[in-house]
Design a protein around this ligand. Structure first.
Ligand SMILES: Nc1ncnc2c1ncn2[C@@H]1O[C@H](COP(=O)(O)OP(=O)(O)OP(=O)(O)O)[C@@H](O)[C@H]1O
Ligand SMILES: [Mg+2]
Length: 230
């Protein structure tokens, strides 16, 4: 049986204006990502990994081509429409964490759940549990600026995971972690992903991390190519 397609990219093209010129970062990319599949996105700095993840998560509007998220097209949706789909189906770990500075660690983790209508007490319980599994039980009450880069990274991972999204997009989630912690975190993401059938798409520069993936995709010159398949 073929696994369900969770993310479909169809002839996706994205262009940025840089100074006076246009730079085509993605050039007619087509690819499918399935339930339970862990794909790693490799590519040089500036190749378009963050751009692609942000487009899939609906952080940016689709310019040309199509993105389908669990069968829903993102094309033509405005920001609130994309945000509604993102909240329901997607967890995002950003390259620069994007924790809310005025909320403590557990409140940051609880936020996506409360936006989905989970009661605060329940969201707090689940957030605290998730932080504990990432080794951050003592940090639950701390504010982001009282945490190291690696700790903020793990809070961001807990926040992305806690509502058990169908699609988890992770942008360099291990960039600030030492190798042992990085592999721990990736192993945890993969284990959870397998248990819940999560579609995990992770941009990374780490070949060690890529070694844990089902599929390695490489992005270069606006093209997305499968580098290795299972
Ligand atoms: N908002 C923007 N406006 C103009 N150009 C942009 C914008 N965002 C990204 N770019 C350009 O698009 C290209 C791809 O950027 P992107 O951030 O997706 O790369 P990346 O693969 O994530 O790089 P890194 O590994 O350094 O994180 C780069 O040339 C970048 O300068
Ligand atoms: Mg990036």
């Amino acid at each position: 049986m073929t696994a369900e397609v969770r993310v479909a990219l169809i002839e996706l093209t994205h262009t940025y204006r840089q100074g006076g010129s246009l730079v085509r970062v993605l050039d007619g990319v087509s690819q499918s990502f399935h339930a339970g599949e862990f794909s790693v996105l490799l590519g040089r700095s500036g190749s378009g990994k963050t751009t692609l993840l942000n487009l899939i998560g609906g952080m940016e509007a689709t310019q040309q081509g199509e993105i389908q998220l669990l069968g829903n097209s993102l094309v033509g949706l405005n920001e609130p429409g994309r945000a509604a789909l993102r909240r329901r189906h997607v967890g995002m770990v950003f390259q620069h964490y994007n924790l809310v500075p005025t909320l403590c660690a557990w409140e940051n983790v609880a936020l996506p759940m409360t936006l989905l209508g989970v009661r605060l007490a329940e969201a707090r319980r689940r957030a605290t549990e998730e932080l504990a599994t990432l080794g951050l039980e003592a940090m639950a009450q701390r504010m982001p600026d009282e945490l190291s880069g690696g700790e903020q990274q793990r809070v961001a991972i807990a926040r992305a995971l806690c509502h058990r999204p169908a699609v988890l997009l992770a942008d360099e989630p291990t960039g600030n972690l030492d190798l042992d912690t990085a592999i721990d975190v990736v192993t945890r993401l993969v284990t959870l992903g397998r248990a819940h059938g999560t579609t995990l798409i992770m941009a990374t520069h780490s070949l060690e991390v890529a070694g844990h993936a089902d599929r390695v995709l490489r992005i270069a010159g606006g093209q997305l190519q499968v580098a290795t398949a299972p």
